[in-house]
Ligand binder design. Structure first.
Ligand code: XMP
Length: 523
């Protein structure tokens, strides 16, 4: 195995059969201090599994049916290498089918909340469930196991599933029809932890303090005496990557912060304060707001705005890195969800790789080698690492902010005046959210400036000014989102402050559209 975050740690391998929630299995295991990786079931030849040397294997759920001819199967090594196996939903079904049991299409499908009756003791249940108990779980299946393979016993049943939880203690093979990884299975995380810690006997040595020390060694080994540039945006990922790299290689790292003039109030200053003053990192701060605003003049189409900003970003980044004499490596804050390969829903062999969220195609253009020290981490782990590295909470806990910045929150043409107006509105809104103690309960909150004027009255005079919309959503990954249910008192207080304090805005609305059908941003 090549040098990676897995080296030296007990590890679990998760084979993905295409479930929407496979990543949650990994997050739950890692929260329990156990390193794990997700591989597509069909990208795991026996030899690769042996090299990875997992202490246990989890087979995920998936949309296929084992009752159909060409359904996905777990590689032979899963059952022959002598390590414990946990099959979840489809994973349980294929395990049973492959080991001599029977799976059939069920007349009684279960989707959503369900209950299992615990009928026997099982190592998975320790500190969580007792025989005789009735426990809430989350199910999502049409097929079910109808005959157990030799060696298995039933330890849990549900109304629709006689073999809801099964165990073969000798081989240490377990199967659950429900999804322990989702929050709607209240003790699911404990069950997964029991599998990793008690059944697989993983030591639970995966901590951010450990990761920090090992990542520093890996960066040094990769970079040698080379020079590294890192594009800093002020967001969580690039900030944590920069501080980690600096700890590893000091002044071999130069961070380039391209200020496009479309940041929130005070953020550019905060980047200087944090990285240059506090961490003593070599920082090039290029104020390119004129270039960006000139480039955006007259552009109203959202995609054209994105493209202009992306192209200018690459141009200016290249200029600045040429000024410092070039570099051998480009550092990026790529995260695990961006690199994990997921099985296509058809279950076919063509695994699709999610697109990388790199900045504007930089790596292709610059032909530099990449350093991606966070590519094994989930977002919550990056935050934990940031805290470990001493980054301020204002950066570590920050809401996501889109690369094109305020440009996609100013509908229509972007001008310096409109950016200034939006920054003032946004600052008041976020100030009030923080004062009310709501910042951390919200995934993302921001204001949008609309290209609409409306009539108002202030004092004795008529106004004819712009309208702004406020947006706040809850989400776990930005893929779906719910509207944050502020109380009316909060919203009217914010609206009053905005209209009274920001010249040019005389009306405020609150966006109550979920995603889907809306998107989080307006453009
Ligand atoms: P949407 O609007 O697609 O946004 O629901 C989902 C998440 O992605 C962020 N977003 C972007 N981030 N460049 C980025 O770096 C972009 O062009 C971009 N567009 C949307 C958005 O803020 C939300 O968190």
């Amino acid at each position: 195995m090549t040098q990676s975050a897995a080296s030296g740690h007990d590890r679990i391998l998760i084979l993905d059969f295409g479930s929407q929630v496979t990543q949650l299995i990994a997050r739950r295991l890692r929260e329990g201090g156990v390193y794990c990786e997700i591989w597509p079931y069909n990208a795991a030849p026996d030899r690769r599994i042996q090299e990875f040397a997992p202490r246990g294997i989890v087979l995920s759920g998936g949309p296929a049916s084992v009752t159909e001819g060409e359904s996905p199967r777990a590689p032979d090594a899963v059952f022959s290498s002598g390590v414990p196996v946990l099959g979840v939903c489809y994973g349980q079904q294929t395990m049973c089918a492959q080991l001599g049991g029977q799976v059939d299409v069920s007349e009684h499908r279960e989707f959503g909340r369900a209950f299992v009756d615990v009928t026997g003791p099982c190592r998975l249940f320790e500190d969580a469930w007792e025989p005789g108990g009735r426990e809430q779980v989350w199910m999502s299946h049409g097929d079910r196991v109808t005959a157990l393979p030799p060696g298995f016993r039933t330890v849990g049943t549900s109304d629709a599933t006689p073999y809801a939880i099964i165990a073969d203690d000798e081989r240490r093979f377990y199967g659950v029809q429900f999804h322990p990884e989702v929050a709607h299975t209240p003790h699911g995380a404990q069950l997964l932890r029991n599998f990793a810690r008690k059944v697989c006997e993983c030591s639970g040595d995966w901590t951010m303090a450990g990761f920090r020390a090992e990542a520093v060694e890996r960066i040094r080994a990769q970079v040698g005496s080379g020079k590294v540039v890192c594009g800093l945006s002020g967001g969580v990922d690039s900030s944590v990557a920069a501080v980690l790299l600096h700890e590893a290689i000091g002044d071999q790292l130069t961070c380039i912060f391209v200020d496009h003039g479309l940041l929130r109030a005070g953020e550019a200053e905060e980047v200087d304060r944090t990285f240059r003053d506090r961490f003593n990192i070599r920082l090039v701060h290029r104020d390119a707001s004129d270039v960006f605003l000139r480039g955006l003049a007259g552009t109203t189409d959202p995609e054209a705005k994105r493209k202009t900003i992306g192209n200018l970003f690459v141009e200016i980044f290249e200029e600045e890195q040429a000024k410092i004499g070039g570099a051998d490596f480009l550092a990026q804050g790529t995260l695990y969800p961006d690199v994990v390969e997921s099985v296509s829903v058809s279950g076919g062999p063509s695994a699709t790789i999610k697109s990388h969220h790199n900045v504007g195609g930089l790596p292709e253009r610059m032909r530099m080698r990449l350093v991606e020290p966070l590519r094994e981490l989930f977002k919550d782990e990056v935050r934990a690492l940031g805290r470990e590295l001493g980054l301020p909470e204002a950066i570590v806990g920050r809401h996501p902010f889109p690369g094109p910045g305020l440009a996609i929150r100013i509908l229509g043409e972007v001008t310096r005046e409109s950016a200034d107006i939006l920054r003032k509105v946004d600052r008041i809104y976020l100030e009030e959210i923080r004062t009310a103690g709501l910042y951390d309960a919200i995934w993302q909150a921001f204001a949008v400036l609309l290209p609409v004027r409306s009539v108002g009255v202030m004092g004795d005079g008529r106004t004819y000014d712009q309208v702004c919309a406020l947006r706040a959503v809850t989400s776990t990954d930005g893929m779906t989102a719910d509207v944050y249910p502020f109380d009316m008192g909060f919203l009217t207080r914010v609206a009053n402050r905005i209209v009274n304090e920001v010249r040019g805005v005389n009306r405020v609305t609150y966006d109550i559209t979920s995603k889907p059908p809306g998107t989080i941003e307006w453009e």
